[in-house]
Design a protein around this ligand. Structure first.
Ligand code: G3H
Ligand code: 13P
Ligand code: ZN
Length: 322
């Protein structure tokens, strides 16, 4: 199977009450870890590339790595998606360069500008057989060069979604219901603490999600900023020389619930970073004499694979749905 768009994936996910994982890729080990897990669990998967990833690894290298993963896993539906495209030009270069899906993120702009630029991308993308994700509402956290302070984020207004989707013709919509980018999703002041002193976050705004679903029934919704920041990784990072106090993510049970509703795509990047960093920190501390990168990248790749396998099976519910 060649790379596919997300159209069929999302239809099946919507009807089946699960979500497709969209994992950020930046190098070969990450692509392999994700796609080996999807291959073994017979799960559809979205590999997404940010502007920063293109800057780091080069567009062509990333496309070729993903093409290799498709060749190695011929039975798995895979989409190659641009994450947080910031302009028509960036989206166009990915549409022309082999991507099957792009996101145009004008969510920090006024509504009318968001509509205008999204529509421009949709027209070009649809002419080329590519699908488009757009965004309404802003998440806290850092995405590429855009940083939104906690407190300055804004939930999606359900009143706007129907008009936005109709006027732009976009194929899926990212909304803001309290998730945020990065490994520090909530300030300590927004949380309580459990007996072990670990932060317990406030719940996501499922009321906003449900209002949005009512306005655009049957339409695929996307959640960004959906890493769970597993505390076992945070603990290893901190134990082996790291310093990530109060790193906190979205509880898996909430993501599972969102996946059962209209959320068809769930974005995960920080958990990949954490899995690799925790594994490499521990490996380096335990093997101070090793210097062959393959020695520490091999367990790091395995950690990505194990973490992704867990998400596909227990959080997204996409295992067995290829
Ligand atoms: O939403 C942001 C993603 O985690 C990508 O992050 O821009 O550092 O590659 P990045
Ligand atoms: P996390 O930082 O929660 O992994 O979110 C990633 C994301 O939304 C990529 O677009
Ligand atoms: Zn994002």
């Amino acid at each position: 199977m060649a790379l596919v768009t997300t159209t069929e994936m999302f239809k099946k996910a919507y009807d089946g009450g699960y979500a497709v994982g969209a994992f950020n890729v930046n190098n070969m080990e990450i692509v392999q870890g994700i796609t080996e897990a999807a291959g073994e669990l017979n799960s559809p998967v979205i590999l997404q590339v940010s502007k920063g990833a293109r800057k780091y690894a080069n567009h062509t290298y990333l496309v070729k790595l993903v093409e290799a993963a498709v060749e190695e896993n011929p039975d798995i539906p895979m989409a190659l998606h641009l994450d947080h495209g910031d302009s028509f030009e960036t989206c166009k270069s990915c549409i022309d360069g082999g991507f099957t899906s792009v996101m145009i993120d004008c969510s920090s702009m006024p509504f009318e500008d968001n509509v205008r630029i999204t529509k421009q991308v949709v027209d070009y993308a649809h002419d080329h057989g590519v699908v488009v994700e757009a965004e309404l509402g802003t998440l806290a956290g850092v995405e590429d060069e855009v940083s939104v302070e906690h407190g300055s984020e804004s939930y999606t207004h359900p009143d706007e979604v129907e008009e936005f989707v109709t006027r732009t013709g976009c194929d899926s919509l990212a909304i803001a219901i309290g998730t945020s980018h990065g490994a520090y999703k909530f300030k300590a002041s927004q949380c309580t603490r459990n007996e072990e002193g670990i932060l317990v976050p406030p719940p996501l705004r499922f009321d906003v999600l449900e209002e949005c679903i009512k306005r655009i029934p049957g339409f695929p919704i996307v959640l960004h900023g959906s890493s769970s920041v597993p505390q076992e990784f945070v603990k290893i990072v901190n134990q082996y020389g790291g310093n990530m106090p109060d790193a906190i993510g979205i509880p898996e049970a909430e993501l599972r619930h969102a996946a059962e509703l209209a959320v068809c795509k769930i974005n995960i990047d920080s958990d990949i970073r954490l899995a690799m960093t925790a594994t490499i920190r521990q490996y380096m501390a335990e093997h101070p004499d090793h210097f062959d990168p393959r020695q520490y990248l091999k367990p790091a790749r395995q950690a990505v694979k194990d973490m992704v396998a867990h998400k596909l099976q227990n959080v997204l519910g996409s295992a067995g749905k290829a």
